[in-house]
Ligand binder design. Structure first.
Ligand SMILES: Cc1cc2nc3c(=O)[nH]c(=O)nc-3n(C[C@H](O)[C@H](O)[C@H](O)COP(=O)(O)OP(=O)(O)OC[C@H]3O[C@@H](n4cnc5c(N)ncnc54)[C@H](O)[C@@H]3O)c2cc1C
Length: 346
């Protein structure tokens, strides 16, 4: 590929690509160790007034440990809804449920459910206070030339909304740019093993509001809810304020057969009648068609770096193995980066 990008004068010690959740945690931890980091994120800065309605993020103790380290665990947990176990909605039972606590028979050891956009903003806000880290928004990585460790970006929001091109040399590059990682794609040719399976399942994101008097529409508002009928499954993650974010998993063929608003209502009436009664019809229809349903993938590859200089991180459930915020402490990749830095003391 031919690049006519403007090469920055300064060589960056560490370039982290991706400012979702893992990238800012990684940049913060390296910055805390006195390592200078530049973090590049393709999105705009800030929430622009909207949290979106994405699948909630579940934080376990490991994830919370990372936030304690960043000094923002209290702030994050204030915005999260704890859940202590699962509530299984028994199929064709007229709404009967079975409740299982994670620890014994009591409300202990909560997992915390939080809007992922909000979590990302809170970690980014904290990262801005780290003097060793600079954040560059609207920088979309296009490719990396590994022979000279140069990253090529499209920079959005130039004059009259135009895109500029920019190139940056970095001693160390860490990709935290999610499942479709451009960092990973840049080193695909040097991997000895790569396999990606696109699964037959897709998922739709739905929303179950609280009742008119502000109470939870489901019994057990502090549980993870599960409904399953044959190949179709639905899970509900609690939000602060008694609402739930729902994920509906179906085979692609089922999803494709639901084409009209009446099809949506029919499907829910037959498959999950107890939920169908609780979600306002207009909203159920709007949510169902709001986005193209997302595919699920399983990706395996080896190695996870190129030589000693290129590492990448990506999504937990999209890839295997890979760290998420909940697993970063135990990641072999992180240990390796830290070891490398302490030897080279950048
Ligand atoms: C249905 C589902 C449910 C999940 N639930 C959980 C859960 O409860 N708990 C959990 O730990 N994990 C969960 N995961 C996995 C979860 O998505 C990841 O753990 C988490 O999003 C990983 O964060 P990340 O920062 O690596 O990636 P992302 O959150 O995907 O962030 C990547 C960032 O990189 C940016 N980016 C992408 N490409 C570029 C580019 N070329 N240049 C610059 N920036 C770029 C994006 O804008 C984004 O901000 C779930 C996944 C799925 C599919």
């Amino acid at each position: 590929m031919e690049f006519e990008h403007q090469l920055e004068d300064e060589e960056v010690p560490v370039a982290v690509v991706g400012g979702g959740i893992v990238g800012p945690v990684m940049a913060y931890i390296l910055g805390e160790r006195g390592i200078r980091v530049h973090l590049y994120e393709s999105r705009n800065k800030g929430l622009n007034g909207s949290l979106g309605r994405a699948i909630n993020f579940s934080l376990s103790n490991r994830g919370i440990d990372a936030l304690v380290r960043m000094g923002i665990s209290d702030e994050v947990l204030k915005e999260a809804a704890p859940y202590y176990g699962r509530c299984i909605h028994l199929p064709n039972s007229g709404g009967k449920t079975k409740v299982e606590f994670y620890l014994g028979n009591e409300k202990k050891g909560a997992i915390h459910s939080i809007n992922r956009r909000l979590l990302s903003e809170l970690v980014l806000k904290r990262l801005e206070e780290n003097p060793n880290v600079k954040i560059f928004y609207q920088h979309q990585l296009i490719n990396i030339e590994h022979k000279n460790e140069t990253l090529h970006f499209n920079v959005k929001g130039g004059e009259k909304g135009s895109n500029n091109k920019k190139s940056v040399k970095a001693k160390f590059i860490i990709g935290c740019d999610g499942f479709n990682s451009s960092v990973r794609k840049s080193i695909l040719g040097s991997m000895s093993y790569y396999q990606q399976n696109i699964l037959d399942e897709v998922y739709h994101e739905l929303y179950l509001p609280p009742t008119q008097n502000g109470e939870s529409a489901l019994p057990y508002p502090d549980m993870f809810h599960i409904w399953q009928l044959g190949e179709v499954m639905m899970v509900g993650l609690p939000n602060k304020g008694n609402s739930f974010n729902i994920i509906l998993y179906t085979p692609l063929s089922h999803s494709r057969n639901i084409k009209t608003p009446n099809d949506v209502l029919d499907f829910f009436r037959k498959t999950f009648p107890d939920v169908q009664k609780k979600i306002p019809q207009n909203q159920l229809i709007e949510d169902f068609f709001r986005k193209t349903p997302s595919r699920l993938n399983i990706m395996k590859c080896y190695p996870y770096h190129y030589g000693n200089i290129l590492f990448y991180f990506t999504q937990l459930s999209g890839t295997d193995p890979a760290p998420s915020i909940n697993t970063h402490e135990h990641s072999p990749i992180r240990t390796s980066v830290s070891r490398n830095f302490s030897q080279n003391s950048i």
